[in-house]
Design a protein around this ligand. Structure first.
Ligand SMILES: Cc1cc2nc3c(=O)[nH]c(=O)nc-3n(C[C@H](O)[C@H](O)[C@H](O)COP(=O)(O)OP(=O)(O)OC[C@H]3O[C@@H](n4cnc5c(N)ncnc54)[C@H](O)[C@@H]3O)c2cc1C
Length: 386
């Protein structure tokens, strides 16, 4: 398991002689990343709660990166701050290429620093306090939410990636189309694809991404980016202006045994089959606010916030089968993603990956998949034999 500090947050800070109104529920959020700030920015919608963001000891320096997501209901604020949108995106393998398009659900890129700066300002305007961990004192009546990263078992599959934002000569990229997955790269270490977000014809984020249980060395990702740019974009001369790298757990994580309720990635918001989390975090927060509002109306009292998983059980179950197939048959991954892209139109693809699929759409995805390996994965999950 990943090491995690054994902090027990029992209470809340009283800073600057502030006292918290006895009619309000005090809520302390450990961590000041996406989920914490996205919730704090909406504090005006939670008038019965007094929120405080706690910057945890040992927190790594926050690094900028891009959040990609498809537009769905509830993401209007994120869309307004987005850097670029694409109505076209592609999935390519050695055997084929699918270009999907969507008028209603384009794919957006949002800069982390821009979103978080905006949320932080809104939170401050809405009376949210920001404190360090040392300011905490005992106050058992306070609710504590933990947004630090989830504890991950050793054999968990991850999405590992390194991305370079590069500047090349004009005309190097097709700025109208995002490349979601291009599997025409080194598959020798497992499932591997290139992801490209072209911000203009000369400027793009080019990412080498792996789905795997072991992280390949940085040179593997870097060589893959260079080779791809050379072989498929005819770009040899470029400047790296920004680097982003990370690892996002894939597959379902064990439910946290921590005393404090998790939120964001630590509150099951990461989509197990894709690693997408931004849109799901916003869904989780919306559900929390809606629940608090309905409670307030019926009971007229303040009470702890309710944090729920933003995924439907059927989607989690489908994801579990899919991840089992990827683990057992990694060589089949390019074919599976291509088949899915061929079976759906752009809107359906966006809705499915955003967790907004209906039964007909789920059935379309199931019917597009090769039956035998999925049946074997299902049997494995039921009997633990593949
Ligand atoms: C580089 C990168 C790119 C991503 N791209 C996308 C994308 O395109 N689309 C998408 O939907 N999702 C993406 N994700 C996944 C997901 O959206 C993000 O991880 C998101 O930030 C999760 O929000 P969170 O609030 O749960 O965690 P975070 O935003 O990571 O916040 C965690 C908090 O815990 C603190 N913390 C972290 N480690 C420690 C520690 N060891 N000790 C103490 N405190 C700690 C941090 O300082 C922070 O305050 C990406 C993730 C990364 C890392």
């Amino acid at each position: 398991m990943i090491a995690r500090s054994t902090l027990v947050f029992k209470g809340f800070p009283l800073s600057n002689n502030e006292s918290i109104s006895s009619t309000k529920q005090a809520v302390y959020i450990i961590g000041d990343g996406c989920a914490a700030l996205s919730l704090a920015a909406r504090a005006d919608e939670l008038p019965q709660h007094q929120m405080t963001i706690v910057h945890p000891d040992g927190a790594p320096e926050s690094k900028d990166h891009i959040w990609g997501f498809w537009w769905i209901d509830g993401l209007d604020k994120a869309v307004k701050l987005a850097r670029k949108k694409w109505h076209f995106w592609s999935i390519t393998t050695l055997k084929g290429n699918v270009i999907l398009s969507s008028e209603f659900h384009p794919y957006y890129a949002l800069q982390r620093t821009k979103w978080e700066r905006n949320c932080r300002q809104l939170a401050k305007n809405n009376g949210v306090s920001f404190v360090g961990q040392s300011k905490l004192i005992d106050a058992p009546q306070a609710q504590v939410l933990d947004s630090r990263p989830p504890v991950v078992p050793i054999n968990q599959m991850f999405q590992y990636f390194i991305g370079w934002e590069i500047e090349a000569s004009p005309g190097s990229f097709d700025a109208k189309k995002a490349i979601l997955m291009d599997f025409r790269c080194d598959q020798s270490r497992g499932i591997h694809f290139i992801y490209i977000l072209p911000f203009s014809s000369s400027n793009a984020l080019v990412e080498s991404t792996m789905f795997s249980q072991n992280r390949a060395p940085d040179t593997f990702f870097e060589t893959a980016i260079e080779s791809y740019l050379d072989q498929h974009c005819e770009i040899c001369d470029f400047t790296v202006i920004r680097v982003e790298k990370g690892g996002i757990p894939l597959g379902r994580l064990p439910v946290s045994k921590c005393v404090n309720k998790g939120i964001g990635g630590n509150g099951e918001a990461i989509r197990p089959s894709s690693g997408y989390a931004f849109a799901f975090i916003q869904k989780q927060i919306l559900a929390t606010i809606q629940q608090a509002k309905s409670k307030k109306k019926s009971e007229n009292t303040s009470c702890p916030l309710v944090i729920t998983r933003p995924h439907k059980l059927v989607d989690l179950w489908m994801d579990e089968v899919f991840i089992t197939v990827l683990k057992k048959r990694p060589e089949a991954a390019p074919e599976l993603f291509l088949k899915m892209a061929k079976a759906l139109n752009g809107d359906e693809f966006a809705l499915f990956l955003s967790g907004d699929a209906g039964w007909w759409l789920r059935l379309k995805v199931v019917l597009a998949m090769p039956k035998i390996i999925f049946m074997k994965a299902l049997v494995f999950l039921l009997t633990r034999k593949f």
